[in-house]
Structures are given as C-alpha cells and as structure tokens.
Ligand binder design. Structure first.
Ligand code: FES
Length: 124
C-alpha cells in the first residue's frame, strides 16, 4: 500500500488481517521526513479489543525490538520484550517496567480504521 502525502495517516493493512495472535509489522515515514529518507518500522496488534501500534525501536539503544519476524512478546505472552537486553514493556501503554530503560516508553502511534483499512500516524 502507498501513503497519501497530504495526510498524516498511513495505511497499514486491512482490519480483517489483524487477529488476536498476530502482530503486523509495517514501515512508516516520519512527518516532514527528507525525501528518500529511510522509513521506520513499526508493529501493530490487538490488545483486547484495542488496536495498538508502536515504532519498533527500543528506548534503550534505539534498535529494533524483535528477534524474529512477528515475534515481539515474552514467553508468557504478557509483555513486549526487547530481544537484545530483555526489557519488558506493557502492551497497553508501551511503558518499560523492567530492564535498562525502565521508566521510558515505546513511541506509540495513533490508529484508526477507515473503510476496513487500518491506518496509523505519529502522535501530535
Ligand atoms: S536495546 Fe532493548 S533493552 Fe537494550
């Protein structure tokens, strides 16, 4: 899918592609990014009935969290876990509750559904 330059909302996938067990990865361009600059990666999932989306960047060293495609959760499937040093993040808020970046948080993205399509944007 392609983004609409005039809108901060960027399409990610169809709503019906999001299931309780599935984390969808995507690329997102920062607002006002230089033309040709690398997009960031992000991930999207259902937290109960709520859609949550975060930039895939650990606040500790700024590197991607997951160690396999689509694998972001700890072994108990309760917290998002950074694969590098094991920091744990609450899925609902992105707050780090254990690890070297305790007290920091993942960068949350806004989500919405338009005509059955999930869209995201950076929070203002
Ligand atoms: S890079 Fe994520 S906890 Fe260190």
């Amino acid at each position: 899918m392609t983004s609409t330059p005039a809108s901060p909302w960027q399409p990610v996938c169809r709503r019906d592609e999001i299931t309780a067990e599935r984390i969808v990865e995507f690329r997102i361009q920062r607002p006002n990014a230089e033309p040709g600059s690398m997009p960031l990666s992000g991930f999207l999932f259902l937290d109960g009935d709520e859609l949550r989306a975060y930039v895939n960047q650990c606040p500790h060293l700024g590197i991607e969290l997951n160690w396999m495609p689509g694998r972001f959760m700890d072994s108990d499937n309760l917290f998002i876990q950074c694969s590098t040093h094991g920091a744990l993040f609450k899925p609902g808020t992105g707050e780090c509750i254990a690890g070297p970046c305790q007290g920091d948080a993942l960068t949350a993205l806004d989500t919405r559904i338009e005509n059955g399509e999930v869209q995201i944007r950076f929070q203002e």
